[in-house]
Design a protein around this ligand. Structure first.
Ligand code: BJW
Ligand code: ZN
Length: 290
């Protein structure tokens, strides 16, 4: 923590110790050092696509095979990495402070895998490992489905794999030079209840956040004064998640931002009594929450 003033760490830890009601907002930067790319980082998320062209109901309607290959790849990547020290430190703080809730925008499953107490963790944007039916009249869902690949057609050909002639048409779809295989509806996960298409249980642009989650979070905010809000590894550009920082401030919270990029501050900027800790969340968060 060479570039962080000792006085800032001291004033933060003193405030943390006194704090009873605490909320954290998490973003993709928390999982960056585990090896998962962020959304708005260089190069886009997957091939040349960015989140706004694949993470929408419209993209799924027009090309479910493409969107499923994107999510199959994301599931595979998330299963191949481990939670880092910051995920564990947040889980540990939850056990120490019963009035600490975490609002995670991350769908990668790393906080649950770090044994974050489930009652104190709210997954605002769902999970890559929740699956639900795409038909509006069908309510089929299943949670914690870690099958990889979820169906055989979504197997990701390995980079550099020396494929036998019989599989010569399989290509590394992470290599932008190769075309994405065209998959039909029959190749994709089907609903066991209605036969419709299944989809990932994540929140796409233009969709409402899960109602029960929002209700639980709103009820917690309504309980009164908040002492501290941690804003960790998020660009604070996606709403309504980013708005929780304003709500916490209105309830009295001092805000501590942990981010690699000094420009990625909450919308209202920093107030006098706030903290900004610049650097890798996986290094800073465990130090701050010790
Ligand atoms: C490090 C680091 C290291 C890097 N250490 N830091 C105005 C008001 C309200 C809404 C809107 C509005 N304008 C537009 C909207 C709509 C839209 C929106 O917000 N768009 C914005 C882009 C402008 N919002 C929605 O559509 C939401 N729904 C909605 O509004 O519904 C209304 C409605 C109501 C009733 C009925 C119907 C509709 C839904 C938003 C869902 C977002 N979904 C995604 C995809 C999830 C699935 C998937 O994963 O594919 O969620 S988008 C994507 O962004 C993902 C993330 O959770 C989310 C946030 O991104 P995050 O985590 O902040 O990542 P990055 O990459 O942006 O930032 C990473 C940060 O880490 C950076 O700051 C780095 O510096 C930092 N970092 N390494 C520390 N090692
Ligand atoms: Zn169904």
């Amino acid at each position: 923590l060479a570039n962080i003033a000792a006085a800032d760490i001291k004033s933060f830890t003193e405030h943390l110790q006194k704090s009873k009601r605490i909320v954290a907002l998490l973003g993709a930067g928390l999982s960056a050092s585990s090896g998962l790319p962020t959304f708005r980082g260089a190069g886009g998320l997957w091939r040349s696509f960015d989140a706004s062209s694949l993470a929408t109901p419209e993209a799924f309607e027009s090309n479910p095979g493409l969107v499923w290959q994107f999510y199959s790849y994301r599931r595979h990547m998330a299963l191949g990495v481990e939670p880092n020290k910051a995920h564990y430190a947040l889980a540990e703080l939850s056990r120490r402070k019963e009035n600490f809730i975490t609002l995670s925008q991350n769908v990668d499953g790393l906080s649950p895998r770090a044994q974050h107490p489930p009652g104190q963790l709210h997954l605002l944007h769902g999970s890559l490992f929740n699956i639900k039916c795409n038909e509006f009249y069908c309510n089929y869902t299943r949670e914690n489905d870690f099958t990889d690949p979820i169906v055989p057609a979504l197997e990701i050909p390995k980079k550099g794999l020396n494929l036998p002639a019989s599989r010569a048409n399989e290509v590394d779809i992470t290599d932008v030079a190769n075309p994405v295989p065209e998959l039909g509806v029959a190749d994709l996960p089907q609903c066991p209840k209605c036969g419709g298409l299944l989809r990932p249980g994540v929140v796409w642009f233009g969709e409402p956040l899960p109602g029960d989650t929002i209700k639980a979070v709103d009820d917690w905010f309504d309980e009164g004064q908040i002492d501290l809000m941690l804003v960790i590894g998020t660009s604070s550009k996606v709403y309504p998640a980013a708005e929780y920082t304003d709500t916490a401030r209105q309830a009295g919270a001092r805000v501590a931002v942990i981010n690699m990029d000094p420009n990625d501050k909450p919308r209202q900027g920093l107030k006098q009594r706030d903290w900004f800790f610049q650097g890798d969340a996986a290094v800073i968060v465990p130090e701050l929450l010790k």
